[in-house]
Design a protein around this ligand. Structure first.
Ligand SMILES: Nc1ncnc2c1ncn2[C@@H]1O[C@H](COP(=O)(O)OP(=O)(O)O)[C@@H](O)[C@H]1O
Ligand SMILES: [Mg+2]
Length: 339
């Protein structure tokens, strides 16, 4: 592990400490290898400090915030800078315990049973002979699912991604895991303990309670006992200056290519994002305006050299006609164009 400072690794400054002097390893346990690539990422000091402390103490983290604000990537990029493996396990309504914990697999290949090169009757005879020799008991073995594999990886940060979408049975299993630090495989009775320094993070679009915005269909409320085990962190979209920095890092020469009035295009694009998010919060629209939408908007505008078409591509045409009305007003106010 390199002995980078907090400033070198995360680019953050602290109001009351010199981050150019503090080694990363003083803030959180570091590891000996990661499975992800470093990409440029804007960290916010306050949130980062809390996250590093909880990871270090193996206190499970419940990170919530709107879609596309960077929750998943945040933990991946923290893992990269700590040189620790990050296992992202994604959840949806279809997630099953088998997928999570593992499943019995038949060990023998069907080709072997089917009789190889022989044709017709000879092949059938050979297959029957093979099965008979085995006494019909097909050999099976247990194949670990995502969670037992991740748990056994020392220093891993396990991200249970979009956990609010997981069916209740899975949440119950997680609860036991958080309580005991181990999971039991139902089929084999094997108890798997987590390896050293393994940390758990949940990401969700909600605080774990009821989704009162109604934007996140399929979201499951978690019970109080589950929620009380976590350290909570609310992640929002980046502050405008940081989001602009992230955008211009992502789309090279953006402000050289596009000039739209007296402000740099990147500033106006971020203003648009902020205004569109305010409409979502107010219930006027239902499509989150993510950092990805912003990057797509700027990228399309840069390539198409057309503000309206870029915005249609990246966001506007994804809205219903009724939702387009207030967004059109926002766009007109900022760029002086009606779509
Ligand atoms: N702070 C940031 N700095 C740079 N890129 C970011 C930042 N936050 C989000 N992104 C980018 O935005 C995109 C969406 O992030 P993601 O982690 O998928 O969001 P979420 O998990 O909250 O839905 C990713 O491409 C990510 O790299
Ligand atoms: Mg995500």
């Amino acid at each position: 592990m390199s002995n980078k400072t907090l400033f070198e690794a995360f680019g953050v400054q602290s109001p009351n400490a010199d981050t150019t002097k503090i080694p990363v390893s003083a803030a959180c346990k570091t590891g000996s290898g990661t499975n992800w690539k470093e990409i440029p990422f804007q960290f916010e000091f306050g949130a980062l400090r809390r996250i590093l402390r909880n990871l270090d103490q193996q206190h499970p983290i419940w990170a919530h915030g709107p879609s596309g604000c960077g929750k998943t990537e945040l933990f991946i990029q923290i893992g990269v800078r700590l040189n620790r493996p990050v296992h992202v396990i994604s959840f949806g309504e279809e997630s099953s315990l088998r997928e999570l914990l593992g499943t019995m697999k038949i060990a023998s290949s069907t080709a072997e049973v089917a009789g190889g090169d022989e044709k017709g009757l000879a092949s059938v005879a050979k297959a029957l002979w093979t099965l008979a020799r085995r006494g019909l008991g097909l050999e099976t073995h247990f194949q670990y699912g995502q969670l037992p594999l991740a748990m056994q990886d020392e220093g891993a940060i396990i991200v249970l991604d979009e956990f609010n979408m997981a069916p209740p049975g899975i949440a119950a299993q997680l609860n036991r895991f958080l309580e005991t630090g181990s999971v039991t495989i139902p089929e084999t009775g094997e108890v798997i303990h987590r390896a050293r320094d393994v940390a758990i993070v949940v990401t969700a679009n909600t605080e774990g309670g009821i989704d009162d915005s109604g934007i996140y269909a399929g979201s499951q409320a978690q019970n109080g006992a589950t929620r009380s085990r976590f350290a909570f962190i609310r992640i929002g979209y980046l502050a405008e200056d940081l989001e602009r920095a992230a955008l211009t890092t992502r789309i090279q020469d953006l402000d050289k290519v596009m000039v739209a009035g007296d402000k740099p295009f990147s500033a106006l694009a971020v203003e648009t994002a902020t205004a569109c998010r305010a409409l979502v919060n107010a219930g006027a629209t239902s499509l989150p305006f993510t950092f990805r939408n912003l990057v797509n908007f700027a990228g399309s505008v840069k390539e198409l050299k057309d503000l309206g078409d870029g915005f249609r591509d990246a966001y506007f045409d994804g809205l219903s006609p009724v939702e387009q009305v207030p967004v059109n007003e926002v766009f007109h106010k900022i760029f002086g164009i009606k779509l």
